[in-house]
Design a protein. Structure first.
Length: 107
């Protein structure tokens, strides 16, 4: 069993490490210059990561397909967001679409 002092030290070290990682970006931004190709790659990587998280959150629940109703709601929400509809309306439209499809028996 881990003692309380060890746990406190580990927590403090992790806290300092987390703060250092977060502070490194703004502090080193003016000192480190990345090639344009790396800048483009990181931007694309962030976009791909966001798309992957969105896709898995949309399509999978408990290691199974989440259903067509949820997929339709998310697709509608995505289209409305792309058209720059206000966020509240995007969320409401997606939720209502999903709820109506489920009420109609679409899984």
């Amino acid at each position: 069993m881990i003692g309380a002092p060890t746990l406190l030290v580990a927590t403090a070290v992790l806290g300092v490490g987390t703060y250092a990682c977060r502070a490194a970006g703004p502090l080193l931004r003016s000192r480190v210059t990345l090639p344009d190709a790396v800048e483009r790659l990181t931007t694309r990587a962030a976009t791909v990561l966001l798309a992957a998280v969105t896709a898995t959150g949309t399509l999978i629940v408990d290691h199974r397909f989440a259903g067509y109703a949820r997929l339709a709601g998310v697709v509608l929400g995505g289209l409305l967001a792309w058209r720059r509809v206000p966020f509240l309306l995007v969320v409401v439209a997606a939720a209502v679409t999903t709820a109506l499809l489920r009420a109609l028996g679409v899984r």
